[in-house]
Design a protein around this ligand. Structure first.
Ligand SMILES: C[S@@+](CC[C@H](N)C(=O)[O-])C[C@H]1O[C@@H](n2cnc3c(N)ncnc32)[C@H](O)[C@@H]1O
Length: 364
């Protein structure tokens, strides 16, 4: 498997990549007015969010050109309030001094609250972006909610704490590569399925078949439960993993796992035009996909290169952190799973299910 990391403005670098050559794009661009990455030509600190959307979509025009007809494109994008105090969507563990010094929050704050919207409005950046992407020819397939069970608490008193971000799934053609992904079926659904009426021989939802009745055309029937589980749903609960080295906006490896498994064939090429510390590249290495990463900051490119090259086998199946040779899950993931599934038998079944349904460990 090959990994290539290019330092530079992704718009320029994308222009050098041939048409129809990339299988999958998995990325998280800088969010509007949230951070200062401290480098010329960075995206995200435009005075007007419409300029930001235009710049971003110009980059995604190039992404569309380099993507194969069968390609898929996954974009994680956060929102912000149009208020001078907004830190609610930040996904880091920095204290306020560090925030001001290291991520330039004052500079980012100065862009908001300038009368483009009434103060306190949610800016709706992700949806403004998605609509402009549609206008430019992309097909918008799914809104995935990345639910963060360990989100930062906020001190707001007149609204709810936001504990999710969006992951948008786009394609450029009606037909595209997609490997169906599964999740465990809830016990309650299995029980309910016994009482559902099926037409004789009909194919049920999730690809399961009703057991034909003795005679009648219809009966209250049993059905086989698909051992793989059910088609994966759109709310994904993934814990944030906090600050990694010198990069302060790292997304969790788990967020990339499903998109890459679903949207890129083995041996295919994944591109991340805003690769930061190289998380997408690490997941590609685990899943036997080639990787091209771009970041405007050469320092981040170095971090990405060393993180990817240092990555060794035997990482936690769920979050990807390195483990001792004989372990499959890290302690944190085990704790989260235990609290989610207090029943011992169910807990063991779920762990086994994850072992059976991941290519990590066995194939890397
Ligand atoms: C949200 S971070 C991506 C983090 C990454 N997903 C990770 O896990 O490390 C966005 C990245 O975009 C980079 N960036 C900003 N403007 C850029 C541009 N015009 N071209 C390429 N990269 C850019 C920043 O340096 C930053 O590393």
């Amino acid at each position: 498997m090959e990994t290539k990391i290019y330092p530079g403005d992704c718009l320029g670098i994308l222009k050098k990549i041939p048409c129809d050559s990339i299988d999958c794009v998995m990325t998280s661009p800088p969010y509007w007015a949230l951070r200062d990455y401290g480098i010329k030509n960075q995206i995200g600190l435009e005075d007007n969010f419409e300029d930001y959307i235009k710049k971003l979509c110009d980059i995604f025009d190039e992404v569309k050109r380099v993507l194969k007809k069968s390609g898929t494109c996954w974009v994680n994008l956060g929102d912000t309030y149009y208020t001078k105090s907004g830190g609610a969507f930040l996904n880091d563990n920095l204290n306020s001094n560090k925030r001001i010094n290291e991520i330039g929050i004052n500079r980012a704050n100065a862009i908001r609250g300038k009368g483009l919207l009434k103060d306190k409005n949610l800016t709706l950046i992700p949806f403004r972006f998605a609509i402009e992407m549609q206008n430019r020819g992309w097909i918008f397939r799914n809104v995935i909610i990345w639910h963060k069970p360990n989100c930062m608490p906020t001190s707001v008193k007149d609204r709810f704490t936001v504990d999710f971000e969006y992951l948008f799934f786009f394609v450029k053609n009606k037909k595209y590569y997609f490997e169906k992904q599964y999740e465990p079926i809830k016990k309650s659904s299995v029980i309910r399925s016994k009482y559902v009426r099926y037409k004789k021989g009909s194919k049920c939802e999730e690809g399961n078949y009703a057991i034909p009745p003795e005679n009648p055309d219809e009966q209250i029937g049993l059905r086989f439960v698909n051992p793989k589980g059910r088609n994966k749903r759109c709310v994904w609960t993934i814990t944030t993993k906090g600050f990694h080295g010198s990069h302060f906006a790292v997304y969790p490896e788990e967020l990339c796992l499903t998109p890459i498994k679903a949207g890129c064939p083995i041996d295919g090429i994944v591109l991340d035009p805003f690769c930061g510390s190289g998380t997408t590249g690490i997941v590609c290495k685990k899943l036997d996909r080639n990787f091209i990463g771009v970041d405007i900051n050469p320092k981040y490119c170095k971090i990405a290169e060393s993180r990817i090259s240092e990555f060794k086998k035997n990482n936690c199946i769920l979050c990807g952190i390195p483990l001792k040779e004989d372990e499959d899950f890290c302690k944190t993931c085990l704790r989260v799973m235990k609290s989610k599934y207090p029943n011992k038998k169910k807990f063991k079944q779920i762990l086994q299910w994850h072992k059976n349904h991941t290519q990590l460990n066995q194939e890397c």
